[in-house]
Design a protein. Sequence first.
Length: 150
Amino acid sequence: MNDIQKITQSILQFRDARDWAQYHTGKDIAMCLNVEAGELLELFLWKQDPDEVDREKLRDELADVFYSAFLLAAHYELDVREIVLEKLEKNLLKMVAGTFIFIFSRLQDEYKSLRERLNQQIIKYWEAYRFFRSQWMPQVALGTAKQPTF
């Protein structure tokens, strides 16, 4: 039995010793979790410096949040360790995908920029070629050509 399972077992024993299971529906536990998270958040309300929070109250409210979260997981027979690790993996995959999309979009932007610069160069060389064919070549043939400037 790992630490998370031991904690969950202790929470369930605490609940059962008081005969509270009858009141612990999934909805009610989720509401309790939300209330406890609100109480945790209240510790930070109006604080300019988040480090000035009362650490003892922080510990108590955080424990209440964990209590409710573990109770909710137990209610739905979810393995806390498993679901947290799965969620971390999903987040990692999202991050990798997001990074790939970001890099791909940057490469597309670079490609568009490069393509525009190449198109400008091609136009410049095409104009020089047209000048060469239409203006300078006939003058070379006649012997009146001057050095072209572009």
